[in-house]
Design a protein around this ligand. Sequence first.
Ligand code: ATP
Length: 143
Amino acid sequence: MKQAKRSFLVIGLGRFGESITKTLASFGHEVMAIDKDETKVNKLADLVTQAVQADATDEDVLKELGVSNLDEAVVAIGDDIQASILTTLILKDLGFKRIVAKATNDYHGRVLEKIGADVVIQPEKDMGVRVAHSILFGNFIDL
Ligand code: ATP
């Protein structure tokens, strides 16, 4: 069955954010991709609706880009915990319906949940659990 078109903002285009961006776009959804690093932005420019070089912790810049027109967001900034938290807070205030955020450790994850992230992911930790289940039981589990 064909899915209705959805609109996403992906912030942070490292391996995790890039992979999410490519997959969402490959299913035909609207994707705006943002990173402060221009090289990463250029790499995905042809695949997405809009690719922009910007600092996502700057609320005015996000407003100027019209990100509020999008429904769902993925915050894929990991190492810079302050930037991840600030960005998530701004997107929450801007009224996103759903925010998925990447955490680098449990404390980071707990803060993201407290400020309103709907789904918090720790990619390496979560994948470790899934792979172990796959080794033991032959199936991937939903976390
Ligand atoms: P991954 O593990 O997904 O490969 P990484 O190790 O490259 O990620 P992270 O620190 O998790 O690095 O950052 C992911 C991306 O987020 C990077 O491409 C980085 O440029 C981007 N980024 C970090 N801070 C900001 C910010 N304030 N605004 C926009 N992009 C940012």
